[in-house]
Design a protein around this ligand. Structure first.
Ligand code: AVI
Length: 353
């Protein structure tokens, strides 16, 4: 597998032309972005400086965190991935009929099972499909490319190793395209973050291009809480991992045994709130700047929020961001929905176009 450290735009152009000639998978790493360790240090220092303390959940996905998240998706209580995959299994062919032979860009490498349904549906209709998984975890991308290229020789794979937003400037060149953002990852954004994300995405896409969005729907509290408190304790390890990452990368010496995972559903906010609760006081240095952080016994750090959605609210919200809903796909229990959206033509607020 080739790895490039150069302008992704140029490489994507090359990849598109090479796709016609059948080259193997490529990994593109935009060089421009900030140093990820510095970025993690800066964000952690400011999030932990004073109560209410919080860490940005995007930093949970280092190699260990991505592997733990994969394990979460296989837990019996975590219905999201299985339910979404079952919706895709039934509807991928229909989605391909609606979109035509577009390129596929997946934000977040996703589990192979979900991607399989899309690639299969695309390859049923054409000999080739260009697939661009975007992820911050290089390890996850290597895994995805390796397994997909073995099983789908007709798929031309270009993995893009960066934050989602850093991949947006590529989208216009990849048109006609369907951008997928599955797993209800959008639920990990606050409401304002979700709006900025969708506005920026719409501004980067060409009118008529597609956006396939997975959203977890509001349901009984007990089901939601069980999904984030699996009996095997994998979600608890995932919560602890961001502190383990601080130990590994930022030289902190946090006692991981002093952290208890807590995940509660707040019906008023319609969101799961995940906290790391400290059972013992911790004082540690956070490098490279050597900031001293003290977290008292009994204090907690918010590590994640997982918002749950109602179609009657999310569809108009997406419309305000520049997307019209073509079709909604769901499961029999109405636990999860996949929205096939289309970038509206005309005025786009963010870019002023
Ligand atoms: C990635 N994301 C959609 C997961 C979720 O369900 O919010 C992250 C997760 N955190 C704990 N369990 C799953």
């Amino acid at each position: 597998m080739d790895t490039f450290f150069a302008s992704p735009e140029a490489l994507i152009c090359r990849q598109l032309s090479e796709a016609r000639r059948g080259h193997g998978p490529r990994i593109v790493r935009p060089q421009a972005g900030a140093d990820p360790v510095q970025e993690f240090a800066r964000s952690s220092a400011s999030g932990l400086a004073s109560p209410p303390r919080r860490l940005e959940s995007r930093f949970q996905y280092d190699a260990q965190g991505s592997a733990l998240f994969d394990q979460i998706t296989a837990q019996p209580e975590y219905y999201l991935t299985r339910t979404e995959a079952s919706i895709l299994a039934v509807n991928a062919t229909r989605i391909r009929e609606l979109t035509g032979p577009v390129n596929l860009v997946e934000l977040g490498a996703g589990s192979a099972a979900k991607t399989d349904h899309l690639l299969r549906a695309w390859l049923e209709r054409s000999k080739r499909v260009c697939y661009f998984p975007v992820d911050v975890s290089l390890t996850a991308l290597f895994g995805t490319c390796k397994s997909l290229s073995a099983r789908f020789p007709g798929a031309r794979l270009t993995a893009v190793n960066c934050e989602y937003g850093e991949a947006f400037p590529l989208l216009a060149q990849l048109s006609p395209v369907m951008v997928t953002f599955l797993g209800s990852s959008i639920g990990n954004f606050s409401r304002p973050e979700m709006s900025s994300f969708c506005l920026a995405l719409a501004a980067s896409m060409r009118p008529g291009d597609f956006f396939l969005l997975g959203v977890d729907l509001v349901k009984r509290n007990a089901l939601l809480e069980a999904a984030y408190n699996d009996r095997a304790g994998v979600t608890a390890s995932f919560t602890r991992n961001i502190f383990a990452r601080m130990n590994r990368e930022l030289g902190c010496a946090i006692d991981l045994d002093s952290i208890e995972h807590s995940a509660r559903y707040r019906p008023e906010q319609e969101q799961i709130e995940i906290d790391a609760c400290f059972t013992k006081q911790q004082t540690f240095l956070l490098h490279p700047k050597g900031r001293v952080i003290t977290i008292a016994e009994g204090e907690s750090v918010r590590t994640e929020v997982a918002r749950k959605f109602r179609l009657e609210q999310v569809i108009p919200e997406l419309h305000r961001c520049g997307f019209v809903t073509e079709q909604v796909f769901s499961d029999e229990r109405r636990w999860f929905a996949l929205l096939l959206l289309r970038r509206l033509p005309g005025y786009c607020r963010q870019s002023g176009r």
